[in-house]
Design a binder for this molecule. Structure first.
Ligand code: SAM
Length: 301
């Protein structure tokens, strides 16, 4: 596989590089904005789980004002974006974000957070839900009334419960799927507009936002507890289909030229693996050592 094969397989990956975005996710936010005009009147925005930073790039270009970006991982600097390296599930990180606004509220809180996927679907969905709830907890502390919260969601078994929880705080909650998000992926985005917490609600960062029990099957709830939210696909009809492969010479007739990634990852997780491999210390390289017949164990005593 050559270096161009990913450009063929993933047109949004290719377009992101050609347009100077750090990640293909930029198109998801742009398509969400096309549908919901997320940036209208926004002067303070928070980008949770922001690395490598394509959503922050979009925000810094689309809004006049303050952008705070947070991620576990280091992120290369971006002009006009304040960065915090931290875990959004930790109280200290939430407090740091709030300090940046010095008592002012945010208009928009975004969260594109994703845990490292294990392939164990229930576990991955649970972890994703926890990230979303951590982001919501931060949002309830900094959003202005009427503000907007957009978060990645996995449309798994317990998603109905999440919608119900979000609906407690927002006038409108719906599920949006941008065209740049593959149909084959369970990822979608909860778009929550009109922040309107229940009367008497006092945000408290020190405890989980909502008590929930995964023992209950929330999808079996009926009556007012069962919330079915509208599903909206977004992105222009002419937008590329993210599940298709496209030839390298796209419709405009210009000759394809390979473009390197806009921002190579800073200390990616595979760096350590590369270091170990060079030294022959990767587990795979050690199989020979491990499969050597063992010396006959000496009986103690
Ligand atoms: N929106 C980003 C962009 O456009 O470049 C892409 C975000 S990427 C899909 C998901 C990010 O979530 C990763 O960078 C990961 O480090 C971050 N993340 C996962 N768990 C986190 C946590 N507990 N706190 C902060 N960031 C987290």
């Amino acid at each position: 596989m050559g270096r161009t094969s990913k450009d063929k397989r993933d047109v949004y990956y290719r377009l992101a590089k050609e347009n100077g975005w750090r990640a293909r996710s930029a198109f998801k936010l742009l398509q969400l904005d096309e549908e919901f005009q997320l940036f209208q009147g926004v002067t303070r925005a928070v980008d949770l789980c922001a690395a490598p930073g394509s959503w922050s790039q979009v925000l810094s270009q689309k809004i006049e004002g303050q952008v705070v970006a947070v991620d576990l991982q280091a992120m290369a600097p971006l002009p006009g974006v304040t960065q915090i390296q931290g875990d959004i599930t930790q109280l200290a990180t939430a407090k740091e974000i709030i300090q940046h606004f010095q008592g002012c509220s945010a208009d928009l809180v975004l969260c594109d957070g994703a845990p490292d996927v294990t392939g164990l679907h229930d576990f991955d969905e649970y972890m994703q839900a926890q990230l979303l709830l951590a982001a919501l907890n931060i949002a309830t502390n900094i959003l202005k009334p009427g503000g907007c919260f957009v978060a990645k969601i996995f449309r798994g078994r317990d998603v109905t419960m999440l919608y119900s929880q979000l609906r407690v705080f927002f006038c409108s909650v719906l599920c949006a799927k941008p065209k740049s998000s593959r149909n084959s992926s369970i990822e979608a985005f909860a778009v929550c507009q009109g922040y309107d917490p229940p009367a008497g609600f006092v945000p408290d960062l020190s405890r989980p936002l909502l008590d929930h029990s995964y023992n209950s099957d929330f999808n079996q709830l009926d009556g007012p507890s069962r919330l079915i939210v509208p599903f909206v696909t977004c992105g222009d009809l002419s937008a590329y289909d993210s599940d298709r492969s496209y030839p390298l010479d796209l419709q405009d007739g210009s000759e394809y030229k390979y473009t390197p990634p806009t921002q190579p990852p800073i200390s990616p997780p595979y760096q350590e693996a590369c270091r170990l491999k060079k030294k022959g210390l990767l587990a795979k390289d050690r199989v020979d050592i491990l499969t050597q017949p063992l010396a006959t164990p000496q009986r103690a005593g």
